[in-house]
Design a protein around this ligand. Structure first.
Ligand code: NDP
Length: 239
């Protein structure tokens, strides 16, 4: 059983990779540049008794993504990736009045166009096998909007809408598509933020841990979540 986690080298993607390995998946760990971190994730995956492999490519690059995924498929003719977690993401915050187009486009490409780049090449096999689980890591910002994050909010909002649309397309093929929308989760992505100030606005008065998100993703990836599709589930300590 194969699962692919994009952005599996660090943070939430690492925790998801380990959790899926505990479920018995061979985990394909995608990352962009931090090979050492990806190797650490692979080591943690192997410590569960399962196995995995690294698959570096830039999810914002359509040809690079497609080539990596189709090469893997050619080398594994009798296998397919049945769980896909679209997790890789970046933020590049700033007020729109000051934001250059590169910051807007880069965030859209990495957080939203990546959904097409990675999901589309894998769908045919999921449909053929009549089983699949697709989980998209969105964000609370994609639901509520967040000042300083027009680019990121637009990308994550688009990802949630794409989740619902694709769920409708392939529900009858026994493939579920869901989104998870975290609030503040303690990873490199939020390292520069004022945690003490921000946690006053969180009913649970703390940031979440990557493992807590991984637990929800693991449920959605499991056979037990067989009648849940097209949903966006927030995980935010009550925000
Ligand atoms: P991190 O910054 O800790 O990790 C980001 C991961 O994405 C890394 O593995 C990185 O790879 C990978 N990545 C970034 N760009 C690309 C790319 N172009 N191609 C392939 N891989 C890429 O982020 P988090 O773990 O915090 O975030 C994971 C997801 O959760 C993101 O989608 C984020 O938007 C979302 N999220 C996070 C929240 C939080 O509070 N942390 C809140 C809400 C949503 P590499 O190591 O090679 O750089």
């Amino acid at each position: 059983m194969y699962a692919l986690v994009t952005g599996g080298s660090r943070g939430i993607g690492r925790a998801i990779s380990v959790r899926l390995a505990q479920m018995g998946y061979h985990v394909i760990i995608n990352y962009q540049s931090k090979k050492e971190e990806a190797e650490k994730t692979l080591e943690l995956v192997r410590q569960t008794g399962s196995d995995g492999e690294l698959m570096p490519f830039d999810v914002s690059n359509r040809d690079e993504s497609r080539n990596a995924l189709l090469s893997w498929q050619q080398a594994h003719a009798d296998e397919y990736i049945e769980v896909l977690v679209n997790n890789a993401g970046i933020r590049q915050d700033g007020l729109l009045v000051l934001m250059d187009s590169t910051a807007f486009e880069r965030v859209i490409a990495t957080n939203l166009l990546s959904f097409y780049n990675v999901t589309q090449p894998l769908l045919e096999q999921m449909i053929w096998h009549h089983y699949g689980r697709i989980i998209n890591i969105a964000s609370l910002s994609g639901i509520t909007g967040q000042a300083g994050q027009c680019n990121y909010s637009a990308a994550k909002g688009g990802l949630i809408a794409a989740t619902k649309a694709l769920a409708h397309e392939i529900a009858k093929k026994n493939i579920t598509v869901n989104a998870v929308a975290p609030g503040f989760i303690r990873t490199d992505m939020v390292a520069g933020l004022d945690e003490n100030g921000l946690k006053e606005k969180i009913p649970m008065r703390r940031f979440g841990e990557p493992e807590e998100v991984a637990e929800l993703v693991a449920f959605l990836a499991s056979r037990n979540a067989s009648y849940i599709t097209g949903e966006c589930i927030t995980i935010s300590g009550g925000v």
